[in-house]
Design a protein around this ligand. Sequence first.
Ligand code: UT7
Length: 319
Amino acid sequence: MFSRITAAGSYLPARCMENRELEDALETTDAWIRTRTGIRRRHLAAADERVCGMAEQAARRALEAAHVDPGEVDLIVVATSTPDWMFPSTACLLQERLGAPGGPAFDLQAACAGFLYALDLVDKFIRAGTARNALVLGVDIMSRLIDWKDRSTCILFGDGAGALLLQAAPTPGVLASRLHADGRRHALLRAPRPGGPEAPAGEPAFLRMQGREVFRFAVTLMQQAAEELLRESNVTVEQVDWLIPHQANERIIRALAKRLGLPMEKVILSLGEHGNTSAASIPLALDNAWREGRLQRGQKLLLQSFGSGLTWGTALVDL
Ligand code: UT7
């Protein structure tokens, strides 16, 4: 038994913030943001919007695309760093909304690499025969973790949700997957739990990042991981149809593609429209490209992500 991606869905909040809206409040410009990151705009959740509601929108779109009844879902894994509740998990709330009780449902936190961690896990559930119709999601409302006065971070992030439906199949869809972490680098990118022991007393708990270092590690670690996975899978770079990287910074993506020897024509770039949506990044980019008709069944996809922890992961998928 193997797992196959049979459908994708995604959701972006209605409110869209252009770079130039940040110019007045911060010492920044649309030109700086575009040339240093590739980001043009980001979507922001409304005050009454919830991670669970965004997850539901993305999940329903994936299920509709596959003509699968929500009641048939027997496993839900949600990658998020910004859940509505400490507990219950977003996945349990989503399970109730979809009306699919009984199977396991849980959240997983590996920051921006969370989606590939979840995909790896769900693939193993299906291969073991313990799930047949699984939803794997990445959802984050980063705008609530951001210090909107810190121009080195607030320009980068946006809110969004992405979902893939993975189903049991006789031939492999997820061909190979590897996960990595290096906890020695945890201080490079972190956000304290609001009200927790690491949050500054009486102040909001914001994300802080050493951007230049994260940039450097991201390119090197993702290159190594991709080359290792391709070698182990006996797949050449030329056989890869699309690289779908974490949509964090276009310069990181271009550097990675160059090192791997992949032309930019084979790289999915959607961050210009939504910025870094953390765990939602890869399923959002994948869904956009699939709905635009760029991705085709039978193509080989190389998925790559990195994030706080540091964590990173890579997966090779036959669509
Ligand atoms: O999911 C993982 C998330 N993390 C990442 O992907 C982050 C990876 N890192 C990055 O994307 C980049 O490091 C940044 C976009 C965050 C920063 O770009 P950079 O080219 O590494 O800039 P820098 O930090 O080296 O700063 C260069 C200059 C500095 O000024 P000085 O010291 O040279 O005078 C900054 O103060 O740019 C300044 N700067 C800005 N200027 C205008 C930093 N942010 C801004 C800004 N507008 N928004």
